[in-house]
Ligand binder design. Structure first.
Ligand SMILES: [Ca+2]
Length: 94
C-alpha cells in the first residue's frame, strides 16, 4: 500500500511540474498523464470529451486545477474499481 502511494505521488509530480503551479495539474498535464500512465483507462489517444469528463471528475472544487488531494482520491477510487460511471477497468501501470 505504501508503495502504491509513493507511485501515485511520483506520477503526479512528474506531470504537475510541467507548466504553471508545480503542485497542481492543468488539463493539459492531466491529459499527458492519462495518455502515458493510464492508457488502459482512456486509450492511447483520449478524445477531448473523455479528458473533459475525467478532469471534471477529478476537479471536485471546480477551480480548473487538480491538486494532489483530488488526484489521490480519484486514483484510489479508480484503483478499487468503483469509477463514477461504473466501469471496472484500469490499474496504474506498475
Ligand atoms: Ca481543484
Amino acid at each position: 500500500m505504501q508503495k502504491a502511494i509513493a507511485l501515485v505521488i511520483e506520477t503526479f509530480r512528474k506531470y504537475s511540474g510541467r507548466e504553471g503551479d508545480p503542485t497542481t495539474l492543468t488539463k493539459a498535464e492531466l491529459k499527458e498523464l492519462l495518455q502515458n500512465e493510464l492508457g488502459e483507462l482512456v486509450g492511447k489517444a483520449p478524445d477531448k470529451a473523455a479528458v473533459d469528463r475525467i478532469f471534471s471528475d477529478l476537479d471536485s472544487n471546480q477551480d480548473n486545477l487538480v491538486d494532489f488531494a483530488e488526484f489521490g482520491l480519484w486514483i484510489l477510487v479508480v484503483q478499487s474499481g468503483h469509477t463514477t460511471d461504473g466501469q471496472q477497468k484500469a490499474k496504474i501501470r506498475k
